[in-house]
Design a binder for this molecule. Sequence first.
Ligand SMILES: *[C@@H]1O[C@H](CO)[C@@H](O)[C@H](O)[C@H]1NC(C)=O
Ligand SMILES: *[C@@H]1O[C@H](CO)[C@@H](O)[C@H](O)[C@H]1NC(C)=O
Ligand SMILES: *[C@@H]1O[C@H](CO)[C@@H](O)[C@H](O)[C@H]1NC(C)=O
Ligand SMILES: *[C@@H]1O[C@H](CO)[C@@H](O)[C@H](O)[C@H]1NC(C)=O
Ligand SMILES: *[C@@H]1O[C@H](CO)[C@@H](O)[C@H](O)[C@H]1NC(C)=O
Ligand SMILES: *[C@@H]1O[C@H](CO)[C@@H](O)[C@H](O)[C@H]1NC(C)=O
Ligand SMILES: *[C@@H]1O[C@H](CO)[C@@H](O)[C@H](O)[C@H]1NC(C)=O
Length: 429
Amino acid sequence: MAPVIVLVSLFCATLASSTTGARVELTRIHSDPGVTASQFVRDALRRDMHRHNARQLAASDGTVSAPIRKSPPNTPAEYMMTLAIGTPPVSYQATADTGSDLIWTQCAPCGSQCVQQPTPLYNPSSSTTFSVLPCDSALSICAAESAGATPPPGCTCTYNQTYGLGWTSGTQGSETFTFGSTPADQARVPGIAFGCSNATSNDFNGTAGIVGLGRGDLSLVSQLSASKFSYCLTPFQDTNSTSTLLLGPSAALNATGVRSTPFVDNPTQPHYYLNLTGISLGTTPLSIAPDAFALKANGTAGGFIIDSGTTITTLVDAAYQQIRAAVLSLVTTLPTSTEGGLDLCFVLPSPTSAPPAMPDMTLHFDGGDMVLPADNYMISASGLWCLMMQTGINGLPSILGNYQQQNMHILYDLSQETLSFAPARCSAL
Ligand SMILES: *[C@@H]1O[C@H](CO)[C@@H](O)[C@H](O)[C@H]1NC(C)=O
Ligand SMILES: *[C@@H]1O[C@H](CO)[C@@H](O)[C@H](O)[C@H]1NC(C)=O
Ligand SMILES: *[C@@H]1O[C@H](CO)[C@@H](O)[C@H](O)[C@H]1NC(C)=O
Ligand SMILES: *[C@@H]1O[C@H](CO)[C@@H](O)[C@H](O)[C@H]1NC(C)=O
Ligand SMILES: *[C@@H]1O[C@H](CO)[C@@H](O)[C@H](O)[C@H]1NC(C)=O
Ligand SMILES: *[C@@H]1O[C@H](CO)[C@@H](O)[C@H](O)[C@H]1NC(C)=O
Ligand SMILES: *[C@@H]1O[C@H](CO)[C@@H](O)[C@H](O)[C@H]1NC(C)=O
């Protein structure tokens, strides 16, 4: 695992009052150069499947759950941020996830009910800034559940957050969080509501927690009142560079080539929905119904979201089949293969052969086009060359995965309600 560094973060009490915000480096949990592309694809397929299962559960019982992959060690493309909790600060790494809200970490004592984590456990009784989150706090999960009833004095709120194939449970607390790795760079933010987990399912073995960056009140960006945040993800083949997450005012895009599209409001799910109106391969617009990516059934089905935690883009079947057919029509000289896990793979003459040139793919969003070079939608893996997209589960949203977001600086502007993006060399940001 590559060393993780958090860079300058120059803010005083909160990000909201800061003039620059925070710069955090994101590290893939597995940036081992020894990971082959085919292993990467296998792991990504497995992880994404867990997320899709989670979404299916959420859709079936009508509740809002927070889908997340399980994140064992030695899996690539997990974007981890380093932060610290408590006073004195205890440093840990957690998955940065725009697809969920709760911020949680494991708390001592939890004995056999905790999973192993790479860093020492945080113990709230050793911290001078820990307090239990009162049940009448606006951020109490219990307050939402008790729907207006006055909680008893001294009430503490326990939660059990389920995630498709896993869960984590504990007591809601409030703590001071620290961003920045060296004393000179440290920025401390008090009073952040978080989940202090004393029991976690083994699906999370090897991780210390999750930092939710979603749209809900419990997410880090909501609690910091961050008006915006951005990230720039380096390609997975680039094992030497770290990706960057910018929180607050410092999140801004290079002025050239920036496109923007409004978020689509959906009160029923805390995801970042976008209005995708069409897709082209090269200059050819694909024959996709204009409402293929529209929200359906009052927001409980359909739609199109952007997610830092899913790897492979997943599209409603009618759209996926158009892309598949268009790619197939352009690659006439290579045999196809059903190996490799992905739906459409071609066999290269040898594992070191360069794949044929392919045109850009363009995602036509309301207000701006997102251009994906071939390297953002095709992947070379052990002599196979595959379309890094797949068909979705009926009813669930289509998802723009992080493989497609490589080498793009992506800004979530929460005050303007827009997503902006521009091509970038993320290793140079
Ligand atoms: C976790 O904390 C809750 C609340 O204090 C307690 O009821 C439960 O027994 C604890 N679980 C474990 C495994 O320690
Ligand atoms: C949390 O919920 C899951 C799924 O319902 C269940 O299997 C697990 O035992 C629960 N954990 C605790 C500590 O209650
Ligand atoms: C958790 O992961 C560690 C290290 O990867 C492994 O040694 C341990 O057996 C795992 N624990 C369980 C319960 O699977
Ligand atoms: C990563 O760094 C190593 C040693 O510094 C170098 O040999 C290698 O070419 C670099 N790889 C990439 C993809 O830049
Ligand atoms: C959407 O919600 C409205 C108001 O609750 C209801 O009248 C309508 O039938 C719903 N439509 C669908 C497609 O569920
Ligand atoms: C999506 O964009 C199209 C084209 O700009 C527009 O006509 C439509 O109203 C938009 N839909 C939503 C839900 O914003
Ligand atoms: C900004 O845009 C210019 C021109 O397109 C490009 O050369 C430069 O690398 C970009 N910088 C970043 C940080 O993306």
